[in-house]
Design a protein around this ligand. Sequence first.
Ligand code: NCD
Length: 656
Amino acid sequence: MSASEHTDTMRHVISITDLTNAEIEEIFALADDAESLRKEKPARDHIMATLFYEPSTRTRLSFESAMHRLGGGVISCADMRASSAAKGESLADTAKVVSSYADVLVVRHPWDGAVRAMAEHADVSVINAGDGRHEHPTQTLCDLYTLRKEKGELKGLTVVVCGDLKNGRTIHSLVYALARFGANVVTLAAAGMELPQYVVERMESAYGYSLSPLVANDLGAVVSETDALYLTPKQPHQLALFTQMDSAIQLRLSTLASNLRYDAFYMTRKQKERIKEGANGGNYPTIGDEFLKEKRFKDTVVMHPLPRVDELAPELDRDKRGIYFKQAAYGVPVRMALLKFLSDRNQAKAGAPVTHVSLYQSPEPSGPHCVNANCVTVAETGSARRRYEILAGGPGGALILSCVYCDYRFKVQLVGDLKTKRYCAYDISLRATVGEWLEKNQLAVFNSIKEAEELGYEPYKISGLRIVMDNLEIQAAVESMSRDILAECQDTDGLLLLGVRTQGSVLARRIAAQMAKQKKRKYEVGEIDIYGSDEEIRRISLADPDAGPLNLRDREIVLVDDVIYTGRTIKDALSIIFRSGRPKRVRLAALIDRGHREVPVKPNFVGKHIPSSERERVRVKLRATEQGENDEAVIYSIINPSESASAPANTPLQSS
Ligand code: NCD
């Protein structure tokens, strides 16, 4: 197919979600009959280009072998670092150029979303052979095919995914696919390498999965010091909402665990090349020969996308349960089937199954940037237009944008109206107005006040401003919360104050300082970053660069935030906490409780109750250092943002 024949119906496989379950079954049926494809040679006049910007053995060679077996030709750059990329050629240009040399491009790249960016500029089908930490859909096809061959139906299987679940792209594609086929997933992450929150949230929102800690002592035979979590369709309980793990829940979870049959262990290596040096110390899970002796694992197969380092005992190679070499061998028939499938679909101009998502793109020339530093939209702005899916735009929720390229999501802090050139901090009081701006393509989103002002936006005027807590009152509230925490805490040695970034962490630090003053000893403080950053939980006191990830297991945790309103932030924070280790107890401290709740969380320690309506905004301003202005909490509304063209206020609004 030549470039001029390019149509909108061109199929790409960038994410595993680009294929429906029925299509995956169709590909598997073709793979089952790979022998016929080999005889038929349906790709006789087709050329595949492999563009690998990162090392590969299996993926590349099996793709190339597959194309040869289909009767097609293969062109390739032996090393993309020796291609024009080294001279600074953009991904967009490379995609455009190579499209006229080949009928299908297979691309591996170290940046998240790079392959999607190339697909947007290519005139032929593009297949993702691994993009950064994001996805590796064709590995997942091989994994599912192998599982199905070994275990029959995927529905109802329980697969334990182990190791580096944060940086392993094969894991991300795999868990989505397992969820879609109705399998259960147990996660056994190395400390600090848990499944990213955006993946967990997608499992919840798209596939109705919920996450619960699993008290699975059986897994101790394989991995020590690692918490298991169980992702399963529609469990009756939602553990993330319990701020205390009482014994009844523990018991229920143990029962749940003891009834589980583990069908497969999917092991991965630590993705060293994607980890900052010094980060993520500690034990890495391995499957040792004890595993083979355990009766309850007698039918459990062990998989690995390979390359392995030392995660698997050599004895496994000789055991029938070690199926990773088979899994690699299936790479050829499965990729033959995929190439054949794509070529047929493109010929039929069938197009991809339609999905309706509302995408946001800023009307300003440079939209808000993605929070993932490894995202293609950050690394190479020219090849990818910053576009986001809007999540949780529903009632009461924060406004969340999810990057189309890398799936990272972040909370919108500042919004502006293109027409009036006014901006303000986003909160629930603006929900309807922002909806209108979005509809009229007038919604601007900014990363900072500086950015808004540089683009010529001025702040909205505010009305009804009043101080609801002054400096002294905030100080008194911090003192009384500190006293209450100390009085109620059963285990002060294991106490950890975890502040929600940013204001919550300032408060957590202050509470810890108060407690230290009273008890003449230090308390550990951490910060939890719900939307965005790479490290969701980090230590912010007793800083020791070699201390490794913050340990939550069996700790008493007090989660600290400035204002609690809908409860959604707290729900997300709890979900991250339970995913990162199993604490003994989690309690909640909030400076201000606004009193409206969408999810059932109740603060245990409150500075002040300030019942307030949806139209009102409550902001806490805390001086970050000892010098500087005073602390205060204010309440106000902003003047009719949808029509207002009135004079700007003197003081810009602070985002909290
Ligand atoms: C994987 C990859 O590249 O993501 N390898 C593969 O394709 N078989 C896994 C890895 O590198 O660990």
